[in-house]
Ligand binder design. Sequence first.
Ligand code: GAR
Length: 229
Amino acid sequence: MASNPSDQNLNDDRLPVVVLISGSGSNLQALIDTQEDIGIRIAAVISNKPSVLGLKRAMEARIPAEALNHKDYETREQFDQALMELINSYNPKLVVLAGFMRILTPEFTRFYEQRLLNIHPSLLPKYKGLHTHRRALEAGDAEHGVTVHFVTSELDGGPPVIQARIPVRSGDTEETLQKRVLVQEHIIYPVAVGWFASGRLCLKENKALLDNVPLPAQGFQHTVLSTPE
Ligand code: GAR
């Protein structure tokens, strides 16, 4: 039996993916749990914060887990440069941002253009940036949700791939909304990553294409069957 996880994969035709995280890594877990089914191999998990739960999840799955603390770098450019070097040492074909809470430099987004996905907890283009659940509640929105999108240099502004919408209920709080949205995140992120891994999804001329057909402006609309209380 191979002792080094990378040794196990010499004859592995699954798509090598590096996942970037900053926190609990529940989306990472959804990808770990589905990686065989969706045709990916998570080559490494990198966190800009040491000691987060997501790194433990990676280690438990015997995936190389790296902490690269942004506080050790004077500038965003220097951090992103070091991050790119670390990512590239794993030769990924796709980089997946899963709760990675850092603004990326144009050098970074340009380098991984067409192979960089993010998940954002709002119905983009609504609520780019932080506190999306609070902002949806404050605006009195009837629905809220989550978007997977290709990353470009515009913050949370790259072409959407897939969205899941949930109704906002009277009595919802930031916490209840966040929980119900997260359930959908764990469903749609593996779907989007699986499409990419199978070659069905790509970015061309700033448009997300599925099976060579441009996706709607807000991405494929995932049907939510029911949402838990
Ligand atoms: C998720 O809700 C994800 O959509 C959000 O961070 C959370 C990470 O949770 N990402 C962003 O806000 C990016 N702008 P997780 O660590 O449990 O996957």
